[in-house]
Every structure is written in C-alpha cells, then in structure tokens.
Design a protein around this ligand. Structure first.
Ligand SMILES: [Zn+2]
Length: 150
C-alpha cells in the first residue's frame, strides 16, 4: 500500500465527482451550472478495503463544461456487488472510495487481469479534482408560511 500512496502523489487530477445517494434524483440538469447533462461511460477507479484498486466501467451522468461526473450510489454499489460475487464475496459491504478515473484504453486492456496489468493501469489514472456532496433543497416541503408575530 505504501508504494501505491507514493504513486498517488504523482497522479494527475481531472474531473469533479458526485456520488448521488438520492434514488429519485436523476440529475438531468447539472447541479453546478444547470445545463442539461448527458450519459457517458467512464472507468471509475475504486478502492475497496481488503481488495485494493479496481476499475469499474460505469455509465454516469456527465456535464462537459464543468467536467462533472455524477453516479447513482445504488447503481454503483449494485455493480460492485456483481464484481465481488464471483471474485471475493466476503468483501461485499466493505468500505470503498471512488478515487478517480482510468483512461478507457488501459481499463479495457486490464479487464479480467491482475498483477502487472493492474500496475500498468495505475500509470494511467486521474484523481478527482474534488468530490462534492449533493444537497437537495426544495422537493417535497410544505410551502413556507410566515411566522405568526407574537
Ligand atoms: Zn455543469
């Protein structure tokens, strides 16, 4: 792990990331600039405790002007379960962290492989510039009434 930490210092940064915990929020508009988002496939670089890094191909909502990637948390976790059901079911439910993205070309080459190809893939990653929380305001709330003056 120490080796990886040293390596991470040299990883370039790209994209901002939001992991969306709200199932009903589709994010068809960018929460930062309000422009419509579109779907785009990314290879997300995820670290799962007990397993290390893996690249997960995931179609996310994307805003190109903001370079903002948005993924639904439940969809992401469903896909992680699928990966680990075969590989290491005992690790399902472990803490995980989405660090960044992998260049798609290198992700494809590393599919189904471990060891040296994983190390090679880690030479071609981008850490997220920042990870933001999604705060939903509005939605289902009673209209604000002026407070009675006492
Ligand atoms: Zn935007």
């Amino acid at each position: 792990m120490k080796l990886i930490e040293d390596k991470m210092k040299n990883w370039p940064e790209r994209f901002t990331f939001i992991l969306n915990p709200y199932k009903d929020t589709r994010l068809s508009a960018c929460p930062m600039c309000r422009q419509p988002t579109h779907m785009r496939k990314f290879a997300l670089l995820i670290h799962v405790e007990g397993s290390g890094f893996l690249a997960l191909g995931k179609t996310c909502r994307y805003c190109s002007p903001c370079e903002l990637i948005m993924s639904h948390q439940d969809e992401l976790e469903d896909e992680l379960v699928e990966v680990f059901e075969n590989r290491a079911p005992e690790l399902i439910g472990n803490p995980y962290h989405v660090f960044g993205t992998v260049e798609k070309k290198w992700w494809k080459q590393s599919l189904g492989q471990t060891g040296s190809s994983l190390n090679q893939m880690l030479e071609h990653v981008f850490l997220f510039k920042s990870i933001r929380n999604l705060k939903i305001t509005g939605g289902w709330q009673p209209p604000k009434k002026p407070r009675p003056i006492k």
